[in-house]
Design a protein around this ligand. Structure first.
Ligand SMILES: Cc1ncc(COP(=O)(O)O)c(C=O)c1O
Length: 403
């Protein structure tokens, strides 16, 4: 067999990564890619033979395994099988895709919607389809990697504004040529910090400077608004966002991504965005599961109430013990540790005590801001949250993060 032996930059990059992983493993600090062998009732998982409370889930409303959603997926398999006949534009579109897109459009108070095979692919393809050379795209510094990659791929002038800083955004908008196409783009709820974008101010700025507004609702659907429909409901600003992006892999327990917008924009994306034209349609079971999940959210509003209570309990309890949870107002709760090593050590203590949390370290967050990124969901019992906080609190004291 031919073995690749060239000592080039690719080989050196791979070696650097392998060395970092080996060092982490040697210190018992490697927590990534651990297989879950069983999902138990509520928010519990079996990992390495141990049952742990899950505090790293995006299933904010606890919908993974919901009977109605499972049933919809099974029926879709019986009806259509497990795959499609190709890409949407050609032979891949099924009636379940059209149904799902109608459901999303209604849920998001939009005229139309289009789906893609992942949230990552959605951001990549949509930003790079709408924006091009000579245009200007303005992106929050803490936006998700898929947005950053979409902006870079577009070839547009890429301007990053300080996190949630509308004065900085306005300065950047002011300095762009008046007659070019502009897009402002941000996460609704930030995936590492849990805080919410200042949508009202952003909407005003987009109007003033004639810019398109695109918001990534990966972490706000099922989380913000009394009905869980997202950031427009939260601020009572229905119709304010031009391009509402979301994923089908977090609160919605499936896989895929979508854009909800006006009919013209959605029709354009169906004929111009490469991830729609050149990549396979969503599998029927996943489309049907997602379709049912949006309906379950509206039918079971108690889940949002539960999530809000649990979020309050978790943030309040951790803050009460002296942890810095940064600016979070949502179910994503950063527990600031400082150095990477401290975040690894806190994770290790938590996991050894059956609390499944994960660390976020450099380069995903700035130096000195390593953290646990804990999440709470509607499926946690208050007593379980209490126990998880006790474990994190004890470990925090042992490591000197709190007194
Ligand atoms: C803000 C944000 N946007 C997009 C994505 C990508 O979504 P998906 O996992 O569906 O590809 C994520 C996933 O972590 C995210 O947090």
């Amino acid at each position: 067999m031919d073995v690749h032996t060239t000592d080039d930059t690719v080989t050196r990059r791979m070696k650097a990564m392998a060395d970092r992983v080996s060092k982490m493993k040697a210190h018992d600090f490697y927590f990534y890619n651990q297989p879950v062998t069983e999902i138990l009732d509520g928010m519990k998982v079996r990992v390495n033979g141990r049952v742990m409370g899950m505090y790293a889930s995006y299933s904010y409303l606890g919908l993974v395994g919901h009977p109605r959603i499972n049933e919809a997926a099974k029926k879709a398999i019986d009806k259509y099988g497990t795959g499609t006949n190709g890409v949407r534009t050609l032979a891949g579109t099924l009636t379940i895709h059209d149904e799902l897109e109608e459901t999303i459009a209604n849920f998001k108070h939009a005229e139309a919607a289009v789906t893609y095979s992942s949230g990552y692919a959605t951001n990549l393809t949509v930003v790079s389809t709408l924006m091009g050379r000579g245009d200007y795209v303005f992106s929050d510094k803490l936006n998700h990697a898929s947005i950053v990659d979409g902006c870079l791929m577009s070839g547009a002038e890429f301007r990053r504004f300080r996190h949630n800083d509308m004065v900085h955004l306005e300065n950047l908008l002011k300095n762009a040529p008046p007659d070019v196409a502009k897009m402002v783009i941000a996460d609704s709820v930030f995936s590492m910090d849990g805080d919410i974008i200042d949508l009202p101010k952003m909407v005003d700025l987009c109007k003033k400077y004639n810019a398109w507004l695109m918001i990534d609702e990966a972490h706000s659907v099922g989380v913000l608004g009394e009905k869980g429909t997202g950031i427009e409901e939260h601020f009572n600003l229905y119709g304010a966002i031009d391009i509402k992006m979301g994923t089908l892999s977090k609160t919605i327990p499936s896989v895929g991504g979508y854009i909800a917008a006006n009919k013209e924009l959605v029709a354009y994306l169906r004929h111009a965005s490469r991830a729609y034209i050149f990549s396979a349609a969503l599998p029927p079971a996943q489309a049907a599961a997602a379709n049912e999940a949006f309906k379950v959210i509206l039918d079971e509003p108690w889940r949002i109430e539960r999530l809000n209570q649990n979020t309050k309990q978790f943030i309040g309890g951790l803050k009460g013990m002296g942890f810095d949870t940064m600016l979070t107002e949502t179910a994503i709760v950063p527990v600031l540790c400082g150095e990477d090593e401290t975040a690894f050590a806190l994770t290790s203590e938590a996991q050894h005590n059956d609390v499944f949390v994960l660390p976020v370290v450099t380069p995903a967050v700035p130096e000195g801001q390593a953290r646990l990124r804990a999440t709470v969901t509607a499926a946690h019992e208050p007593s379980e949250i209490e126990r998880a906080m006790d474990v994190i609190g004890e470990a925090g004291k042992k490591l000197g993060i709190i007194k």
